[in-house]
Write a protein that binds this ligand. Structure first.
Ligand code: ZN
Length: 174
């Protein structure tokens, strides 16, 4: 059972720090992962990174499923990612909607590679190599950005690609 944390909001220095690698996957890291899942679930997130709850460690979780914030998201097995490395990204980019629990009220169309190959550790410490595409690749890269002190706003090409949450929900409803 994780605890629900307050989420750092854009402007807080915690979101601009480069996070520290995890050197040992101990009880503290397992509790951090539980807290990330609980906090993301409560906020209807598709994922959340440790710096967003003021913890400067290279850990994030993906919690991808249809929610009120992402009604069109696919259903994916929840995943805890520790010390991720992006090994390869496709040349092909896709521009699609993103939001962030640390940047409430707005959404943007963000260009991202449509496929990636990554390596990371899971809670049992084993390194995993895996490919993601589409929305999962997008969320993985979004959360990975948080470990580098970046947000989706840093990738926006044009301010016209930023809309309010209300307009976003109207736009995706067609
Ligand atoms: Zn975010």
């Amino acid at each position: 059972m994780g605890r629900i944390f307050q989420i750092a909001q854009l402007g807080h220095a915690a979101l601009r720090r480069v996070a520290e690698p995890v050197t040992a996957i101990d009880q503290g890291v397992r509790e951090l992962v539980d807290d990330l899942f609980a906090t993301s679930r409560e906020a209807n997130g598709a994922g959340i990174a440790a710096p967003q709850i003021y913890v400067s460690r290279r850990v994030f979780i993906l919690s991808i499923r249809p929610t009120p914030r992402y009604p069109n998201a696919p259903e994916m097995e929840p995943l805890a990612v520790i010390n991720p490395q992006v090994l390869w990204v496709s040349e092909e980019l896709e521009k699609d909607w993103e939001g962030c629990l640390s940047i409430p009220g707005i959404r943007g169309r963000v260009p991202r590679p449509s496929a990636i190959r990554v390596r990371y550790q899971v809670l049992d410490g084993e390194p995993v190599e895996r490919e993601f595409s589409g929305f999962a690749a997008r969320v993985f890269l979004h959360e990975n950005d948080h470990l580098e002190g970046m947000t989706w706003l840093d990738h926006v090409e044009d301010n016209r690609d930023i809309v309010t949450e209300k307009e976003y929900l109207r736009l995706i409803a067609g």
